[in-house]
Design a binder for this molecule. Structure first.
Ligand SMILES: Cc1cc2nc3c(=O)[nH]c(=O)nc-3n(C[C@H](O)[C@H](O)[C@H](O)COP(=O)(O)OP(=O)(O)OC[C@H]3O[C@@H](n4cnc5c(N)ncnc54)[C@H](O)[C@@H]3O)c2cc1C
Length: 324
Protein backbone atom coordinates (compact mmCIF):
# COMPACT_ATOMS: atom_id res chain seq x y z
CA UNK A 1 0.00 0.00 0.00
CA UNK A 2 1.11 3.56 -0.66
CA UNK A 3 2.60 5.45 2.26
CA UNK A 4 1.28 7.58 5.09
CA UNK A 5 2.46 11.19 5.33
CA UNK A 6 2.51 13.51 8.36
CA UNK A 7 3.59 17.12 8.78
CA UNK A 8 5.83 18.33 11.62
CA UNK A 9 4.20 21.07 13.68
CA UNK A 10 6.75 23.34 15.37
CA UNK A 11 6.75 26.80 16.88
CA UNK A 12 9.64 29.03 17.92
CA UNK A 13 12.10 26.20 17.24
CA UNK A 14 10.25 23.66 19.39
CA UNK A 15 8.41 20.62 18.01
CA UNK A 16 4.83 20.58 19.33
CA UNK A 17 3.67 17.50 21.29
CA UNK A 18 0.99 16.72 18.69
CA UNK A 19 3.76 15.89 16.18
CA UNK A 20 5.01 12.93 18.25
CA UNK A 21 1.42 11.74 18.75
CA UNK A 22 0.77 11.89 14.98
CA UNK A 23 3.98 10.04 14.26
CA UNK A 24 3.24 7.31 16.78
CA UNK A 25 -0.24 6.94 15.33
CA UNK A 26 1.07 7.03 11.76
CA UNK A 27 3.77 4.43 12.49
CA UNK A 28 1.26 2.03 14.04
CA UNK A 29 -1.10 2.39 11.10
CA UNK A 30 1.80 2.00 8.65
CA UNK A 31 2.91 -1.23 10.40
CA UNK A 32 -0.61 -2.67 10.12
CA UNK A 33 -0.88 -1.81 6.43
CA UNK A 34 2.66 -2.62 5.36
CA UNK A 35 3.35 0.98 4.50
CA UNK A 36 6.04 3.51 5.41
CA UNK A 37 5.61 6.72 7.37
CA UNK A 38 6.94 9.88 5.71
CA UNK A 39 7.47 13.04 7.78
CA UNK A 40 7.52 16.47 6.17
CA UNK A 41 9.45 19.25 7.88
CA UNK A 42 9.15 22.80 6.58
CA UNK A 43 11.33 25.33 8.40
CA UNK A 44 14.51 27.35 8.42
CA UNK A 45 17.79 26.16 10.02
CA UNK A 46 16.13 23.02 11.35
CA UNK A 47 19.17 20.74 11.83
CA UNK A 48 18.27 19.97 15.48
CA UNK A 49 14.66 19.32 14.60
CA UNK A 50 15.68 16.98 11.76
CA UNK A 51 17.88 14.93 14.13
CA UNK A 52 14.95 14.58 16.50
CA UNK A 53 12.22 13.84 13.95
CA UNK A 54 14.22 11.27 11.99
CA UNK A 55 13.85 8.90 14.97
CA UNK A 56 10.09 8.86 14.50
CA UNK A 57 9.57 8.31 10.76
CA UNK A 58 10.80 5.97 8.01
CA UNK A 59 11.62 8.86 5.67
CA UNK A 60 11.95 12.57 6.36
CA UNK A 61 11.39 15.14 3.62
CA UNK A 62 12.87 18.53 4.51
CA UNK A 63 12.42 21.89 2.82
CA UNK A 64 14.60 24.58 4.42
CA UNK A 65 13.92 28.18 3.47
CA UNK A 66 13.36 31.53 5.17
CA UNK A 67 9.78 31.54 3.95
CA UNK A 68 9.04 28.69 6.42
CA UNK A 69 10.66 30.41 9.41
CA UNK A 70 7.31 31.48 10.82
CA UNK A 71 3.99 29.81 10.20
CA UNK A 72 1.76 31.03 7.40
CA UNK A 73 -1.09 28.64 6.52
CA UNK A 74 -1.15 29.62 2.86
CA UNK A 75 2.58 29.01 2.48
CA UNK A 76 2.17 25.60 4.14
CA UNK A 77 -0.77 24.77 1.88
CA UNK A 78 1.22 25.41 -1.28
CA UNK A 79 4.31 23.57 -0.03
CA UNK A 80 2.47 20.51 1.34
CA UNK A 81 0.37 20.37 -1.81
CA UNK A 82 3.58 20.05 -3.88
CA UNK A 83 4.94 17.32 -1.56
CA UNK A 84 1.65 15.37 -1.58
CA UNK A 85 1.50 15.51 -5.39
CA UNK A 86 5.06 14.17 -5.60
CA UNK A 87 4.83 11.50 -2.88
CA UNK A 88 1.24 10.48 -3.65
CA UNK A 89 0.58 9.08 -0.14
CA UNK A 90 -2.43 6.89 0.54
CA UNK A 91 -3.19 8.94 3.65
CA UNK A 92 -2.06 12.34 4.94
CA UNK A 93 -2.53 12.93 8.68
CA UNK A 94 -2.18 16.39 10.22
CA UNK A 95 -2.90 17.60 13.78
CA UNK A 96 -6.36 18.93 14.56
CA UNK A 97 -4.78 22.06 15.97
CA UNK A 98 -4.96 25.75 15.09
CA UNK A 99 -2.00 24.96 12.78
CA UNK A 100 -3.64 22.01 10.97
CA UNK A 101 -7.09 23.50 10.74
CA UNK A 102 -5.63 26.64 9.20
CA UNK A 103 -4.58 24.99 5.96
CA UNK A 104 -5.82 21.39 5.84
CA UNK A 105 -9.43 21.87 4.65
CA UNK A 106 -8.42 24.12 1.76
CA UNK A 107 -5.46 21.86 0.94
CA UNK A 108 -7.77 18.82 0.67
CA UNK A 109 -10.19 20.83 -1.45
CA UNK A 110 -7.38 22.05 -3.70
CA UNK A 111 -6.19 18.45 -4.21
CA UNK A 112 -9.71 17.01 -4.47
CA UNK A 113 -9.00 14.45 -1.71
CA UNK A 114 -11.69 12.99 0.61
CA UNK A 115 -11.13 14.70 3.95
CA UNK A 116 -12.44 14.88 7.48
CA UNK A 117 -11.40 16.61 10.71
CA UNK A 118 -10.99 15.87 14.40
CA UNK A 119 -10.69 12.07 14.20
CA UNK A 120 -10.04 9.95 17.28
CA UNK A 121 -9.71 6.67 15.39
CA UNK A 122 -8.72 5.61 11.88
CA UNK A 123 -8.92 2.19 10.24
CA UNK A 124 -8.15 0.96 6.77
CA UNK A 125 -11.18 -1.06 5.66
CA UNK A 126 -11.50 -2.62 2.18
CA UNK A 127 -8.87 -0.29 0.82
CA UNK A 128 -10.73 2.77 2.10
CA UNK A 129 -10.72 4.82 5.31
CA UNK A 130 -13.13 4.51 8.23
CA UNK A 131 -12.77 7.11 10.99
CA UNK A 132 -14.22 7.65 14.45
CA UNK A 133 -15.31 11.15 15.46
CA UNK A 134 -17.13 12.34 18.57
CA UNK A 135 -20.50 14.05 18.67
CA UNK A 136 -22.39 15.98 21.36
CA UNK A 137 -19.36 16.96 23.45
CA UNK A 138 -18.01 13.41 23.52
CA UNK A 139 -21.25 11.69 24.54
CA UNK A 140 -21.48 9.70 21.29
CA UNK A 141 -19.00 8.19 18.81
CA UNK A 142 -19.76 8.28 15.07
CA UNK A 143 -18.07 5.94 12.58
CA UNK A 144 -17.77 7.41 9.10
CA UNK A 145 -16.50 6.01 5.85
CA UNK A 146 -14.70 8.51 3.62
CA UNK A 147 -15.69 8.63 -0.04
CA UNK A 148 -13.54 6.23 -2.06
CA UNK A 149 -9.94 7.54 -2.60
CA UNK A 150 -7.31 6.66 -3.93
CA UNK A 151 -5.92 9.29 -1.51
CA UNK A 152 -7.25 10.51 1.82
CA UNK A 153 -6.53 13.33 4.26
CA UNK A 154 -7.63 13.91 7.84
CA UNK A 155 -6.82 15.79 11.03
CA UNK A 156 -6.29 13.82 14.23
CA UNK A 157 -7.37 15.10 17.64
CA UNK A 158 -4.61 15.71 20.16
CA UNK A 159 -4.55 13.01 22.85
CA UNK A 160 -5.77 10.27 20.47
CA UNK A 161 -2.50 8.36 20.64
CA UNK A 162 0.07 8.86 23.42
CA UNK A 163 3.51 9.57 21.96
CA UNK A 164 6.03 6.71 22.02
CA UNK A 165 9.69 6.56 21.08
CA UNK A 166 10.09 5.83 17.40
CA UNK A 167 13.40 3.96 17.56
CA UNK A 168 13.97 4.70 13.85
CA UNK A 169 16.67 6.53 11.96
CA UNK A 170 15.15 7.86 8.78
CA UNK A 171 17.06 8.93 5.75
CA UNK A 172 16.65 12.66 5.21
CA UNK A 173 15.72 13.88 1.77
CA UNK A 174 16.24 17.61 1.20
CA UNK A 175 14.03 19.23 -1.42
CA UNK A 176 13.92 22.74 -2.84
CA UNK A 177 11.30 24.94 -1.22
CA UNK A 178 8.20 24.61 -3.42
CA UNK A 179 7.70 28.38 -2.99
CA UNK A 180 10.03 31.13 -1.81
CA UNK A 181 7.81 34.08 -0.84
CA UNK A 182 4.66 34.68 1.16
CA UNK A 183 1.56 35.60 -0.85
CA UNK A 184 0.76 39.33 -0.97
CA UNK A 185 -2.63 38.82 0.65
CA UNK A 186 -1.38 37.03 3.79
CA UNK A 187 1.91 37.80 5.48
CA UNK A 188 3.43 36.80 8.80
CA UNK A 189 3.97 39.97 10.84
CA UNK A 190 5.12 39.03 14.34
CA UNK A 191 4.88 36.33 16.97
CA UNK A 192 3.16 37.54 20.16
CA UNK A 193 3.37 35.36 23.27
CA UNK A 194 0.17 35.45 25.37
CA UNK A 195 0.60 37.61 28.47
CA UNK A 196 1.01 35.83 31.82
CA UNK A 197 -1.15 37.36 34.58
CA UNK A 198 -0.54 37.52 38.33
CA UNK A 199 -1.12 33.76 38.64
CA UNK A 200 0.63 31.35 36.28
CA UNK A 201 -1.58 28.25 36.29
CA UNK A 202 0.99 26.30 34.25
CA UNK A 203 3.49 26.42 37.15
CA UNK A 204 1.18 25.40 40.04
CA UNK A 205 1.35 21.93 41.65
CA UNK A 206 -2.34 22.01 42.53
CA UNK A 207 -4.91 23.46 40.14
CA UNK A 208 -8.59 23.82 41.05
CA UNK A 209 -10.51 24.01 37.78
CA UNK A 210 -14.02 25.40 37.91
CA UNK A 211 -16.76 25.21 35.31
CA UNK A 212 -20.27 26.38 34.59
CA UNK A 213 -21.47 24.19 37.49
CA UNK A 214 -20.52 26.95 39.94
CA UNK A 215 -23.59 28.78 38.60
CA UNK A 216 -22.70 32.40 39.37
CA UNK A 217 -19.76 34.72 39.86
CA UNK A 218 -20.64 35.25 43.52
CA UNK A 219 -19.63 31.61 44.16
CA UNK A 220 -16.05 32.27 43.07
CA UNK A 221 -15.02 33.31 46.57
CA UNK A 222 -16.10 29.90 47.91
CA UNK A 223 -13.87 28.19 45.32
CA UNK A 224 -10.97 30.55 46.04
CA UNK A 225 -11.22 29.68 49.75
CA UNK A 226 -11.20 26.00 48.85
CA UNK A 227 -8.20 26.44 46.53
CA UNK A 228 -6.23 28.22 49.22
CA UNK A 229 -7.08 25.42 51.70
CA UNK A 230 -5.59 22.84 49.30
CA UNK A 231 -2.67 25.14 48.41
CA UNK A 232 -3.79 25.49 44.80
CA UNK A 233 -4.64 28.15 42.23
CA UNK A 234 -7.99 28.61 40.52
CA UNK A 235 -8.28 27.86 36.81
CA UNK A 236 -11.42 27.40 34.74
CA UNK A 237 -13.24 26.16 31.66
CA UNK A 238 -13.97 28.49 28.77
CA UNK A 239 -17.55 29.55 29.70
CA UNK A 240 -16.16 31.11 32.89
CA UNK A 241 -13.82 33.29 30.80
CA UNK A 242 -16.58 34.04 28.28
CA UNK A 243 -18.71 35.30 31.18
CA UNK A 244 -15.78 37.51 32.30
CA UNK A 245 -15.68 35.87 35.74
CA UNK A 246 -11.96 35.08 35.37
CA UNK A 247 -9.30 36.36 32.95
CA UNK A 248 -8.31 34.43 29.83
CA UNK A 249 -4.96 33.37 31.33
CA UNK A 250 -6.87 31.10 33.76
CA UNK A 251 -8.55 29.10 30.97
CA UNK A 252 -7.50 25.47 30.61
CA UNK A 253 -7.97 23.73 27.28
CA UNK A 254 -7.33 23.67 23.58
CA UNK A 255 -7.87 27.41 23.22
CA UNK A 256 -6.42 28.15 26.66
CA UNK A 257 -3.43 26.87 28.66
CA UNK A 258 -2.10 23.35 29.06
CA UNK A 259 -1.47 22.42 32.68
CA UNK A 260 0.31 19.36 34.11
CA UNK A 261 -0.01 19.79 37.88
CA UNK A 262 0.45 17.07 40.49
CA UNK A 263 -3.25 17.44 41.29
CA UNK A 264 -6.10 18.80 39.16
CA UNK A 265 -9.50 19.14 40.85
CA UNK A 266 -12.28 19.66 38.28
CA UNK A 267 -15.34 21.20 39.92
CA UNK A 268 -18.58 21.50 37.95
CA UNK A 269 -16.76 20.86 34.67
CA UNK A 270 -18.41 18.48 32.18
CA UNK A 271 -15.19 17.34 30.50
CA UNK A 272 -15.59 18.54 26.90
CA UNK A 273 -12.62 17.38 24.84
CA UNK A 274 -11.45 20.98 24.43
CA UNK A 275 -11.06 21.18 28.21
CA UNK A 276 -9.57 17.69 28.58
CA UNK A 277 -6.88 18.58 26.02
CA UNK A 278 -5.49 21.10 28.50
CA UNK A 279 -5.39 19.01 31.68
CA UNK A 280 -5.32 15.31 30.77
CA UNK A 281 -1.62 14.97 31.62
CA UNK A 282 -2.08 16.03 35.25
CA UNK A 283 -0.62 13.42 37.64
CA UNK A 284 -3.87 12.93 39.56
CA UNK A 285 -7.32 14.15 38.56
CA UNK A 286 -10.26 14.46 40.94
CA UNK A 287 -13.68 15.38 39.52
CA UNK A 288 -16.71 16.67 41.39
CA UNK A 289 -19.87 16.64 39.31
CA UNK A 290 -23.51 15.88 40.03
CA UNK A 291 -23.94 14.07 36.70
CA UNK A 292 -22.56 10.50 36.92
CA UNK A 293 -22.35 10.38 33.11
CA UNK A 294 -20.26 13.54 32.75
CA UNK A 295 -17.29 12.73 30.44
CA UNK A 296 -14.87 14.22 33.00
CA UNK A 297 -15.21 10.96 34.95
CA UNK A 298 -13.56 9.11 32.03
CA UNK A 299 -10.39 11.08 32.78
CA UNK A 300 -10.62 11.25 36.57
CA UNK A 301 -8.61 9.04 38.93
CA UNK A 302 -11.13 9.82 41.68
CA UNK A 303 -14.67 11.07 41.30
CA UNK A 304 -17.34 12.48 43.60
CA UNK A 305 -20.86 12.38 42.15
CA UNK A 306 -22.73 15.02 44.10
CA UNK A 307 -23.68 18.68 44.35
CA UNK A 308 -20.48 20.71 44.52
CA UNK A 309 -22.12 23.16 46.92
CA UNK A 310 -22.54 20.29 49.40
CA UNK A 311 -19.15 18.70 48.76
CA UNK A 312 -16.78 21.70 48.82
CA UNK A 313 -17.43 22.93 52.39
CA UNK A 314 -17.07 19.39 53.78
CA UNK A 315 -13.92 18.72 51.78
CA UNK A 316 -12.42 22.05 52.81
CA UNK A 317 -13.03 21.48 56.52
CA UNK A 318 -11.58 17.93 56.29
CA UNK A 319 -8.46 19.26 54.53
CA UNK A 320 -8.00 21.98 57.16
CA UNK A 321 -8.47 19.35 59.89
CA UNK A 322 -5.76 17.12 58.36
CA UNK A 323 -3.43 20.11 57.96
CA UNK A 324 -3.65 21.06 61.67
C1 LIG B 1 -13.11 26.02 19.15
C2 LIG B 1 -13.48 25.75 20.60
C3 LIG B 1 -12.49 25.86 21.53
C4 LIG B 1 -12.80 25.62 22.88
N1 LIG B 1 -11.80 25.72 23.81
C5 LIG B 1 -12.06 25.43 25.10
C6 LIG B 1 -11.04 25.47 26.07
O1 LIG B 1 -9.89 25.81 25.79
N2 LIG B 1 -11.37 25.15 27.35
C7 LIG B 1 -12.64 24.80 27.73
O2 LIG B 1 -12.87 24.51 28.92
N3 LIG B 1 -13.63 24.76 26.82
C8 LIG B 1 -13.38 25.09 25.52
N4 LIG B 1 -14.39 25.07 24.62
C9 LIG B 1 -15.77 24.89 25.12
C10 LIG B 1 -16.10 23.44 25.36
O3 LIG B 1 -16.60 22.86 24.17
C11 LIG B 1 -17.22 23.31 26.43
O4 LIG B 1 -18.34 24.04 26.02
C12 LIG B 1 -16.78 23.81 27.79
O5 LIG B 1 -15.55 23.19 28.18
C13 LIG B 1 -17.85 23.45 28.82
O6 LIG B 1 -17.51 24.07 30.02
P1 LIG B 1 -18.08 23.51 31.39
O7 LIG B 1 -17.68 22.09 31.56
O8 LIG B 1 -17.68 24.50 32.43
O9 LIG B 1 -19.66 23.68 31.20
P2 LIG B 1 -20.79 22.60 30.97
O10 LIG B 1 -20.48 21.75 29.80
O11 LIG B 1 -22.07 23.36 30.95
O12 LIG B 1 -20.73 21.66 32.24
C14 LIG B 1 -21.11 22.07 33.51
C15 LIG B 1 -21.02 20.84 34.39
O13 LIG B 1 -21.32 21.20 35.72
C16 LIG B 1 -22.07 20.15 36.31
N5 LIG B 1 -22.84 20.77 37.40
C17 LIG B 1 -23.84 21.66 37.31
N6 LIG B 1 -24.27 22.01 38.54
C18 LIG B 1 -23.53 21.29 39.42
C19 LIG B 1 -23.51 21.20 40.83
N7 LIG B 1 -24.33 21.93 41.60
N8 LIG B 1 -22.63 20.33 41.41
C20 LIG B 1 -21.79 19.55 40.66
N9 LIG B 1 -21.78 19.62 39.31
C21 LIG B 1 -22.63 20.47 38.70
C22 LIG B 1 -22.95 19.63 35.19
O14 LIG B 1 -23.35 18.29 35.47
C23 LIG B 1 -22.01 19.74 33.99
O15 LIG B 1 -21.32 18.51 33.78
C24 LIG B 1 -14.12 25.30 23.27
C25 LIG B 1 -15.11 25.18 22.30
C26 LIG B 1 -14.80 25.41 20.98
C27 LIG B 1 -15.89 25.28 19.95
Amino acid sequence: MADILTVVEHRQGVVRDITYELMTFGRKLAEKTNAKLIGVLLGHNTDDLQEDIKKHVHRLVVADHEVFKDFNGDVYQEAISAVVKKESPFLTIIGNTAFGIDFCPSLATQLGIPFTTDCIGVEVVDGGIRVTRQLYDGKMDAHLRLAQGPHYMLTLRSGTCPAEDGGLSAEIEKIDAPLTSQPEYRRFIEYVEAAVGDVDITKADVVVGIGRGIKEQANLSMVEDFASAVGGVVACSRPIVDANWLPKDRQVGSSGKTVKPKLYIAIGISGAFQHIAGMKNSDTIIAINKDPNAPIFNEADYGIVDDLFKVLPVLKSKILEVKK
